[in-house]
Design a binder for this molecule. Structure first.
Ligand code: GLV
Length: 329
Protein backbone atom coordinates (compact mmCIF):
# COMPACT_ATOMS: atom_id res chain seq x y z
CA UNK A 1 0.00 0.00 0.00
CA UNK A 2 1.40 3.39 -0.85
CA UNK A 3 1.21 6.18 1.73
CA UNK A 4 -1.73 7.72 -0.12
CA UNK A 5 -3.73 4.45 0.20
CA UNK A 6 -3.21 4.05 3.92
CA UNK A 7 -6.28 4.61 6.09
CA UNK A 8 -6.39 7.95 7.87
CA UNK A 9 -6.34 7.84 11.66
CA UNK A 10 -6.95 10.79 13.97
CA UNK A 11 -4.85 10.44 17.11
CA UNK A 12 -6.29 13.06 19.45
CA UNK A 13 -3.09 13.53 21.51
CA UNK A 14 0.62 13.32 20.87
CA UNK A 15 1.86 10.08 22.46
CA UNK A 16 5.44 8.84 22.83
CA UNK A 17 6.46 7.25 19.51
CA UNK A 18 7.57 3.99 21.09
CA UNK A 19 4.08 3.52 22.57
CA UNK A 20 2.43 3.64 19.14
CA UNK A 21 5.19 2.15 17.00
CA UNK A 22 2.84 -0.61 15.76
CA UNK A 23 0.95 2.00 13.71
CA UNK A 24 4.04 2.71 11.65
CA UNK A 25 3.39 2.00 7.96
CA UNK A 26 -0.17 0.74 8.62
CA UNK A 27 -2.05 4.02 8.70
CA UNK A 28 -1.63 7.68 8.05
CA UNK A 29 -1.72 9.54 11.35
CA UNK A 30 -2.85 13.07 12.05
CA UNK A 31 -2.05 13.91 15.65
CA UNK A 32 -3.43 16.48 18.09
CA UNK A 33 -1.37 18.33 20.71
CA UNK A 34 -0.10 16.49 23.79
CA UNK A 35 -2.28 18.58 26.09
CA UNK A 36 -5.43 18.75 23.94
CA UNK A 37 -8.51 19.37 26.05
CA UNK A 38 -10.90 18.96 23.14
CA UNK A 39 -10.95 17.50 19.67
CA UNK A 40 -8.39 19.72 17.99
CA UNK A 41 -9.80 21.82 15.11
CA UNK A 42 -7.04 20.57 12.81
CA UNK A 43 -8.25 17.01 13.46
CA UNK A 44 -11.93 17.90 13.21
CA UNK A 45 -11.23 19.23 9.75
CA UNK A 46 -10.06 15.73 8.72
CA UNK A 47 -13.06 13.80 10.10
CA UNK A 48 -14.63 13.44 6.68
CA UNK A 49 -11.85 11.13 5.48
CA UNK A 50 -11.05 9.39 8.77
CA UNK A 51 -11.15 5.59 9.06
CA UNK A 52 -10.12 5.49 12.71
CA UNK A 53 -9.96 7.58 15.88
CA UNK A 54 -7.55 6.88 18.72
CA UNK A 55 -8.66 9.04 21.63
CA UNK A 56 -8.26 9.62 25.34
CA UNK A 57 -11.03 9.68 27.92
CA UNK A 58 -11.17 13.48 27.86
CA UNK A 59 -12.44 13.61 24.28
CA UNK A 60 -16.18 13.19 23.77
CA UNK A 61 -17.01 11.06 20.74
CA UNK A 62 -20.60 12.01 20.17
CA UNK A 63 -23.24 12.16 17.48
CA UNK A 64 -21.89 15.45 16.12
CA UNK A 65 -18.41 13.99 15.64
CA UNK A 66 -19.70 10.73 14.17
CA UNK A 67 -21.93 12.51 11.68
CA UNK A 68 -18.89 14.22 10.25
CA UNK A 69 -16.98 10.94 9.87
CA UNK A 70 -19.00 8.80 7.45
CA UNK A 71 -16.07 6.45 6.72
CA UNK A 72 -15.21 5.70 10.35
CA UNK A 73 -14.43 2.02 10.96
CA UNK A 74 -13.22 2.06 14.54
CA UNK A 75 -12.99 4.19 17.70
CA UNK A 76 -10.21 3.15 20.05
CA UNK A 77 -10.21 4.68 23.54
CA UNK A 78 -6.95 4.61 25.47
CA UNK A 79 -8.84 3.97 28.70
CA UNK A 80 -10.91 1.25 30.27
CA UNK A 81 -13.85 3.59 30.92
CA UNK A 82 -15.79 4.59 27.82
CA UNK A 83 -18.24 7.12 29.25
CA UNK A 84 -16.80 9.75 26.90
CA UNK A 85 -18.15 7.81 23.93
CA UNK A 86 -21.72 7.65 22.72
CA UNK A 87 -21.77 3.86 22.43
CA UNK A 88 -25.28 3.67 21.08
CA UNK A 89 -24.48 6.07 18.28
CA UNK A 90 -21.37 4.05 17.40
CA UNK A 91 -23.27 0.76 17.53
CA UNK A 92 -26.06 2.14 15.34
CA UNK A 93 -23.44 2.91 12.73
CA UNK A 94 -21.76 -0.48 13.13
CA UNK A 95 -18.57 1.11 14.49
CA UNK A 96 -16.73 -1.07 17.03
CA UNK A 97 -15.35 0.73 20.08
CA UNK A 98 -12.22 -0.55 21.81
CA UNK A 99 -10.99 0.00 25.36
CA UNK A 100 -7.96 -1.07 27.40
CA UNK A 101 -8.99 -3.38 30.26
CA UNK A 102 -6.68 -5.51 32.46
CA UNK A 103 -3.46 -3.57 31.86
CA UNK A 104 -4.44 -0.83 34.30
CA UNK A 105 -6.11 -2.99 36.93
CA UNK A 106 -3.10 -3.27 39.24
CA UNK A 107 -1.96 0.33 38.82
CA UNK A 108 -5.40 1.68 39.62
CA UNK A 109 -5.90 -0.69 42.55
CA UNK A 110 -2.51 0.42 43.91
CA UNK A 111 -3.63 4.02 43.72
CA UNK A 112 -6.91 3.26 45.48
CA UNK A 113 -4.88 1.75 48.34
CA UNK A 114 -2.51 4.73 48.31
CA UNK A 115 -5.49 7.07 48.65
CA UNK A 116 -7.02 4.96 51.38
CA UNK A 117 -3.79 4.92 53.35
CA UNK A 118 -3.13 8.61 52.78
CA UNK A 119 -6.59 9.63 53.92
CA UNK A 120 -6.72 7.20 56.83
CA UNK A 121 -3.31 8.33 58.15
CA UNK A 122 -3.83 11.98 57.16
CA UNK A 123 -0.63 12.13 55.15
CA UNK A 124 -1.33 15.38 53.27
CA UNK A 125 -1.99 17.28 56.51
CA UNK A 126 0.98 15.75 58.34
CA UNK A 127 3.32 16.43 55.43
CA UNK A 128 2.15 20.02 55.11
CA UNK A 129 2.52 20.62 58.85
CA UNK A 130 6.09 19.27 58.80
CA UNK A 131 7.00 21.39 55.80
CA UNK A 132 5.44 24.54 57.25
CA UNK A 133 7.06 24.39 60.67
CA UNK A 134 4.22 22.96 62.75
CA UNK A 135 6.25 19.83 63.66
CA UNK A 136 7.46 21.08 67.00
CA UNK A 137 7.59 17.81 68.91
CA UNK A 138 6.61 14.13 68.79
CA UNK A 139 3.04 14.78 69.72
CA UNK A 140 1.20 11.91 71.41
CA UNK A 141 -2.11 13.22 70.12
CA UNK A 142 -0.98 14.83 66.87
CA UNK A 143 -2.02 13.66 63.39
CA UNK A 144 -4.03 10.74 64.71
CA UNK A 145 -5.60 8.69 61.96
CA UNK A 146 -7.51 5.46 61.55
CA UNK A 147 -6.22 1.89 61.56
CA UNK A 148 -6.69 -0.16 58.44
CA UNK A 149 -6.22 -3.54 60.08
CA UNK A 150 -9.47 -4.82 61.51
CA UNK A 151 -11.52 -2.08 59.85
CA UNK A 152 -14.27 -2.85 57.34
CA UNK A 153 -13.79 -1.87 53.70
CA UNK A 154 -16.88 -1.66 51.51
CA UNK A 155 -16.14 -2.15 47.82
CA UNK A 156 -18.80 -0.76 45.50
CA UNK A 157 -18.45 -2.68 42.22
CA UNK A 158 -16.49 -5.92 42.30
CA UNK A 159 -15.13 -5.87 38.75
CA UNK A 160 -11.48 -6.29 37.87
CA UNK A 161 -10.27 -3.25 39.80
CA UNK A 162 -12.61 -3.84 42.75
CA UNK A 163 -11.24 -7.39 43.07
CA UNK A 164 -7.65 -6.18 42.85
CA UNK A 165 -8.39 -3.71 45.64
CA UNK A 166 -9.97 -6.49 47.68
CA UNK A 167 -6.81 -8.61 47.33
CA UNK A 168 -4.58 -5.77 48.43
CA UNK A 169 -6.88 -4.77 51.28
CA UNK A 170 -6.86 -8.33 52.59
CA UNK A 171 -3.09 -8.02 52.90
CA UNK A 172 -3.58 -4.96 55.10
CA UNK A 173 -5.85 -6.90 57.44
CA UNK A 174 -9.05 -5.17 56.37
CA UNK A 175 -12.33 -7.04 56.55
CA UNK A 176 -14.27 -6.89 53.30
CA UNK A 177 -17.82 -6.42 52.12
CA UNK A 178 -18.97 -5.58 48.62
CA UNK A 179 -22.00 -4.72 46.57
CA UNK A 180 -22.47 -5.58 42.94
CA UNK A 181 -25.35 -6.54 40.67
CA UNK A 182 -23.66 -9.93 40.26
CA UNK A 183 -22.52 -12.10 43.15
CA UNK A 184 -18.82 -12.93 43.02
CA UNK A 185 -17.83 -16.54 42.33
CA UNK A 186 -18.05 -18.53 45.60
CA UNK A 187 -14.30 -19.39 45.42
CA UNK A 188 -13.44 -15.68 45.35
CA UNK A 189 -15.84 -14.89 48.19
CA UNK A 190 -14.26 -17.68 50.21
CA UNK A 191 -10.66 -16.79 49.36
CA UNK A 192 -11.05 -13.14 50.34
CA UNK A 193 -13.69 -13.67 52.99
CA UNK A 194 -16.00 -11.35 51.10
CA UNK A 195 -19.58 -10.74 52.08
CA UNK A 196 -22.10 -9.36 49.60
CA UNK A 197 -24.43 -6.63 50.89
CA UNK A 198 -26.84 -4.14 49.39
CA UNK A 199 -25.39 -0.69 48.79
CA UNK A 200 -27.38 0.73 51.72
CA UNK A 201 -26.13 -1.98 54.07
CA UNK A 202 -22.56 -1.51 52.87
CA UNK A 203 -22.69 2.25 53.40
CA UNK A 204 -24.04 1.85 56.92
CA UNK A 205 -21.43 -0.59 58.17
CA UNK A 206 -18.21 0.29 56.31
CA UNK A 207 -15.31 2.23 57.82
CA UNK A 208 -13.96 2.88 54.33
CA UNK A 209 -15.89 2.86 51.07
CA UNK A 210 -14.08 2.50 47.74
CA UNK A 211 -15.90 3.06 44.44
CA UNK A 212 -15.22 0.85 41.41
CA UNK A 213 -18.25 1.16 39.15
CA UNK A 214 -18.24 2.52 35.61
CA UNK A 215 -20.09 5.78 35.01
CA UNK A 216 -23.44 4.95 33.42
CA UNK A 217 -26.88 6.58 33.65
CA UNK A 218 -27.54 4.15 36.54
CA UNK A 219 -24.42 5.01 38.54
CA UNK A 220 -24.39 8.77 37.92
CA UNK A 221 -24.89 10.41 41.33
CA UNK A 222 -24.97 7.02 43.09
CA UNK A 223 -23.21 8.62 46.06
CA UNK A 224 -25.37 11.67 46.71
CA UNK A 225 -26.84 13.14 49.90
CA UNK A 226 -28.93 10.08 50.76
CA UNK A 227 -25.96 7.72 50.46
CA UNK A 228 -23.54 10.02 52.30
CA UNK A 229 -25.96 10.44 55.20
CA UNK A 230 -26.08 6.65 55.59
CA UNK A 231 -22.31 6.42 56.06
CA UNK A 232 -20.57 6.45 59.44
CA UNK A 233 -19.38 9.86 60.62
CA UNK A 234 -15.91 8.32 60.89
CA UNK A 235 -16.00 6.86 57.37
CA UNK A 236 -13.65 7.66 54.52
CA UNK A 237 -14.78 7.65 50.88
CA UNK A 238 -12.29 6.76 48.14
CA UNK A 239 -13.12 7.33 44.49
CA UNK A 240 -10.91 6.09 41.66
CA UNK A 241 -13.79 5.37 39.25
CA UNK A 242 -15.41 8.43 37.71
CA UNK A 243 -16.22 11.78 39.29
CA UNK A 244 -19.84 11.66 38.17
CA UNK A 245 -20.54 8.69 40.46
CA UNK A 246 -20.36 11.14 43.39
CA UNK A 247 -22.47 14.27 43.76
CA UNK A 248 -19.74 16.82 44.46
CA UNK A 249 -22.03 19.36 46.15
CA UNK A 250 -23.40 16.77 48.53
CA UNK A 251 -19.88 15.53 49.24
CA UNK A 252 -18.73 19.03 50.05
CA UNK A 253 -21.52 19.39 52.61
CA UNK A 254 -20.83 15.92 53.98
CA UNK A 255 -17.18 16.80 54.56
CA UNK A 256 -17.87 20.27 55.92
CA UNK A 257 -20.68 19.19 58.24
CA UNK A 258 -19.07 15.95 59.41
CA UNK A 259 -21.49 13.42 57.94
CA UNK A 260 -18.32 11.54 56.97
CA UNK A 261 -14.71 12.02 58.09
CA UNK A 262 -12.80 12.36 54.83
CA UNK A 263 -12.69 11.73 51.10
CA UNK A 264 -9.85 10.85 48.76
CA UNK A 265 -10.61 11.44 45.11
CA UNK A 266 -8.61 10.60 42.01
CA UNK A 267 -11.55 11.60 39.84
CA UNK A 268 -13.90 14.56 39.92
CA UNK A 269 -16.56 16.21 37.87
CA UNK A 270 -15.58 18.33 36.09
CA UNK A 271 -12.02 17.38 35.24
CA UNK A 272 -9.82 19.22 35.72
CA UNK A 273 -11.47 20.48 38.90
CA UNK A 274 -11.02 24.29 38.75
CA UNK A 275 -8.52 25.64 41.32
CA UNK A 276 -11.23 27.70 43.06
CA UNK A 277 -13.45 24.66 43.67
CA UNK A 278 -14.64 24.53 47.30
CA UNK A 279 -13.52 20.89 47.70
CA UNK A 280 -9.87 22.05 47.60
CA UNK A 281 -10.46 24.19 50.67
CA UNK A 282 -11.47 21.26 52.82
CA UNK A 283 -8.54 19.76 54.78
CA UNK A 284 -10.32 16.42 54.90
CA UNK A 285 -10.52 16.12 51.13
CA UNK A 286 -7.54 14.76 49.21
CA UNK A 287 -7.72 15.36 45.46
CA UNK A 288 -5.48 13.93 42.74
CA UNK A 289 -5.54 14.81 39.03
CA UNK A 290 -6.88 11.46 37.72
CA UNK A 291 -3.63 9.47 37.90
CA UNK A 292 -5.00 5.97 38.61
CA UNK A 293 -3.24 4.42 35.62
CA UNK A 294 -0.28 6.81 35.60
CA UNK A 295 2.72 4.51 35.76
CA UNK A 296 5.16 4.37 32.85
CA UNK A 297 4.53 0.67 32.20
CA UNK A 298 0.76 0.90 32.50
CA UNK A 299 0.35 3.89 30.22
CA UNK A 300 2.57 2.29 27.60
CA UNK A 301 0.55 -0.95 27.74
CA UNK A 302 -2.67 1.06 27.44
CA UNK A 303 -1.38 2.81 24.33
CA UNK A 304 -0.19 -0.47 22.82
CA UNK A 305 -3.55 -2.07 23.45
CA UNK A 306 -5.35 0.93 22.00
CA UNK A 307 -3.21 0.53 18.86
CA UNK A 308 -4.07 -3.19 18.67
CA UNK A 309 -7.77 -2.35 18.79
CA UNK A 310 -7.35 0.41 16.25
CA UNK A 311 -5.45 -1.73 13.75
CA UNK A 312 -7.93 -4.58 14.10
CA UNK A 313 -10.78 -2.19 13.32
CA UNK A 314 -8.99 -0.68 10.36
CA UNK A 315 -8.20 -4.11 8.96
CA UNK A 316 -11.74 -5.45 9.47
CA UNK A 317 -10.74 -7.88 12.22
CA UNK A 318 -12.59 -8.24 15.53
CA UNK A 319 -11.21 -5.85 18.17
CA UNK A 320 -9.30 -7.70 20.92
CA UNK A 321 -11.23 -5.58 23.46
CA UNK A 322 -14.55 -4.40 22.13
CA UNK A 323 -17.15 -2.77 24.40
CA UNK A 324 -20.00 -2.99 21.87
CA UNK A 325 -19.67 -6.55 20.49
CA UNK A 326 -23.24 -6.25 19.21
CA UNK A 327 -21.71 -4.70 16.10
CA UNK A 328 -20.50 -8.19 15.18
CA UNK A 329 -23.89 -9.86 15.59
C1 GLV B 1 -9.04 5.68 33.44
O1 GLV B 1 -9.72 6.30 34.17
C2 GLV B 1 -9.52 4.74 32.49
O2 GLV B 1 -10.74 4.61 32.34
O3 GLV B 1 -8.70 4.08 31.84
Amino acid sequence: MSGADLPLVLVTHTLPLEWISSLQGRCLQVTGPVDAVRFDPSLEARLEGAAGILCLLTIPINEAILQRAPGLKVVSNMAVGVDNIDLRACTRRGIPVGNTPWVLTDGTADLAMALLLAAARRLPQASLDAREGRWTTWSPTGWLGADLHGALLGIVGLGKIGRAVAQRAKGFGLRLVYCDEQPAPPELEAALDLQRLTLDELLQVSDFVSLHVPLTPQTRGLIAEGALRKMKSTAILVNTSRGGVVDARALERALREGWIAAAALDVTEPEPLPPDHPLYRLPNCLILPHIGSATRETRQRMAELACENLLAGLEGRRLPHCVNPEVYA
